[in-house]
Design a protein around this ligand. Structure first.
Ligand code: NCD
Length: 301
């Protein structure tokens, strides 16, 4: 793989080898060193877990890493983001981890920047399009808890329409053949396109028989005109609470990509309760991003 921009082009065996490698790092605690590979994170949108977990992952692999603080970068002086990327490449950066608010912008950088074969881009979330590394760490977390993917039902609840996480998850679930996927949202947040799974506006119907429920953040900053919902109504009908979880299987597990709005899309007692995989997702994210950095650096096919 030259770049990691989307889940779709990844062959299923490549996804499995990333999972194996991530589990191996987690189980052994032994990590190789790649001091020749330098990494930069370039985030045009706020992030805590994605950026920090890439930083930790690079540190554990002894890859030097720069964190470009956008608020202090030259783009405030009028430099274009393509020129920022070219500048970092000229300094010898090999892997650029990029987050951008505009869908497709990172793909554009990959096409426009004359990257050369030793430079690789990783999409850390572009607009409402894709978030492949999140989907991979979520898949790792599900398989660790419930390995028989073909037998599972997963439900994703919330603003599916504007969720790059939901898009990439649909893609990875289709590839690895998840049993059943239910996409639950108010009709206003129904996605235009569904790659995999069935959509419903009923939480009760969507959660019926679910083994895993993933709640999504109410993403106010991504809503267009006319897409705003009454938050009180949303909470009443769609919040993940101990009560609404009773629609799912008794051993249902709960996930959330973060950042969490406690008391809105999910209640605190669920976040911190025994069914929650939320902190495991964050923990696994570092191991999965180590596997991704290593694989991308090697340019494996
Ligand atoms: C998500 C993102 O930024 O796409 N968070 C994450 O990376 N863990 C989800 C969100 O913004 O709600």
């Amino acid at each position: 793989m030259m770049h990691l921009l989307e889940v779709a082009p990844l062959p299923a065996p490549y996804v499995r080898s990333l999972l194996d490698r991530a589990f191996h790092f987690k189980e052994t605690g032994k990590y190789p060193s790649y001091p020749e590979t330098s990494v930069a994170t370039l985030f045009y949108e706020p992030s805590t877990r994605t950026r920090c977990s890439f930083q930790l992952a690079a540190n554990r692999l002894a890859m030097p890493i720069l964190n470009i603080d956008f608020s202090n970068s030259s783009e405030f002086k009028g430099e274009t983001s393509l020129d920022t990327v070219k500048t970092l490449i000229a300094m010898g950066i090999n892997i650029l981890v990029v987050r951008h608010a505009v869908s497709g912008q990172i793909h554009q950088m990959a096409m426009d920047c004359c990257l050369g074969e030793n430079v690789h881009l990783i999409n850390a979330g572009d607009g409402i399009n894709a978030h492949p590394t999140q989907a991979l760490l979520d898949l790792m977390t599900i398989l660790e808890a419930k390995p028989n993917l073909k037998q599972l039902k997963v439900a994703i609840v919330g603003d599916i329409r504007h969720s790059r996480v939901a898009n990439s998850l649909q893609c990875i679930f289709a590839k690895l053949k998840l049993g059943k996927l239910s996409l639950i949202s108010p009709s206003l947040w129904r996605p235009d396109e569904i790659f995999y799974g069935d959509w419903t506006d009923s939480l009760e119907e969507g959660l019926a028989g679910a083994d895993v429920v993933m709640a999504l953040r109410v993403q106010n900053e991504r809503l267009g005109p006319g897409e705003e919902l009454d938050l009180g109504q949303y909470i009443l009908k769609y919040a993940i609470t101990m009560k609404s979880l009773s629609f799912a299987k008794p051993d249902v597990l709960v996930m959330h990509p973060g950042p969490i709005n406690r008391g809105i899309e999910i209640n605190s007692d669920v976040v911190d309760g025994p069914r929650s995989l939320i902190w495991k997702q964050i923990n696994n994210g570092v191991f999965m991003r180590m596997a991704i950095l290593e694989a991308i650096m090697r340019g494996h096919h």
